[in-house]
Design a protein around this ligand. Structure first.
Ligand code: HEC
Length: 247
């Protein structure tokens, strides 16, 4: 009985820790769920477009080359060249930030970090919630703050899409101010559903960026399953052939 208990403890402990990790909260709020689907090419392409146009000015993704991204996401070389490489000279370049790190440090007080691995270090749900949680704050140097990342140095670069929102705080039972809800101050060019969808695509792309080989692995996985299915037929026929004389 005791052995059984110890075994249950050993087996149960890691899964408990993993479950707690999965429910990681976003700063002071709970993360919103995001539906990551690396098989959704259209979503990944849209995420790439948003990333290159709105994030590469400050952030880099210096483990990724433009042509590798184009190849993985099914974007032709001409399209990559014509639409996505304004921050680079050649399609074989790494995705470097437009703004020099030193300038960015002076402007924002901190250098914007490389985003190659952000969806792995912070988790996709964190990135998704963060991108939707900027609010107007006159006390911050950029005029923006974020309920997921308090006093963040990054301005809300997509405010034209999302519009401006104000954060309303309330006092909890201990008298501590906690985030209650957002109130729209000015509507953006996208409605909330459209904006959420765009941020889902961006998060999907950042998840791909964190582990590009995943796409290749999925593809190989499908071939392996097809191979196994065909092999099963031959294995069965062979088994029948061997056992024919025994019965
Ligand atoms: C104007 C420059 C600028 C642009 C454009 C910009 N960011 Fe940032 N970003 C920053 C700075 C500066 C920080 C560091 C914030 C801090 O540490 O306080 C940051 C931080 C972040 C973080 C948090 C990193 C961490 O520490 O975990 C994420 C995620 C992020 N940016 C995503 C994005 C995405 C996605 C885009 C494009 C939609 C984008 N940023 C565009 C300046 C920028």
């Amino acid at each position: 009985m005791r052995k059984l208990l110890i075994l249950m403890l050993i087996l149960g402990l890691p899964s408990g820790v993993l479950a707690a990790g999965g429910l990681k909260s976003c700063g002071t709020v709970e993360c919103d769920r995001v539906n990551i689907d690396l098989g959704d090419k259209a979503s990944l392409q849209n995420g790439a477009r948003i990333f290159v146009n709105f994030c590469l000015s400050c952030h880099s993704a210096s483990y990724m080359r433009y042509n590798r991204m184009g190849h993985d996401l099914g974007i032709s070389e001409e399209l990559v060249k014509g639409n996505l490489t304004f921050a680079a000279e050649k399609v074989s370049d790494l995705m470097k930030a437009v703004m020099p790190k030193e300038d960015a440090r002076q402007w924002f007080g901190v250098a914007p970090p490389d985003l190659s691995l952000i969806a792995r270090s912070r988790k996709p749900a964190w990135v998704y919630t963060y991108m939707r949680s900027f609010y107007r704050d006159n006390k911050s140097p950029s005029g923006w703050n974020n309920v997921v990342f308090a006093n963040v140095a990054m301005p809300h670069v997509l405010y034209e899409w999302q519009g401006d929102q104000r954060a309303v705080f309330k006092k909890d039972v201990h008298g501590v101010e906690v985030f209650d809800r957002f109130e729209i101050e000015r509507v953006g060019t996208m409605d909330p559903k459209e904006y959420d969808r765009a941020m889902r695509d961006l998060t999907n792309f950042l998840t791909y960026l964190g582990e590009p080989a995943k796409l290749v692995r999925y593809k190989i996985g499908v071939y392996v399953l097809i191979f196994l299915a065909i092999f099963l037929v031959f294995a069965y026929l062979l088994k029948k052939e061997y056992w024919k004389d025994v019965h």
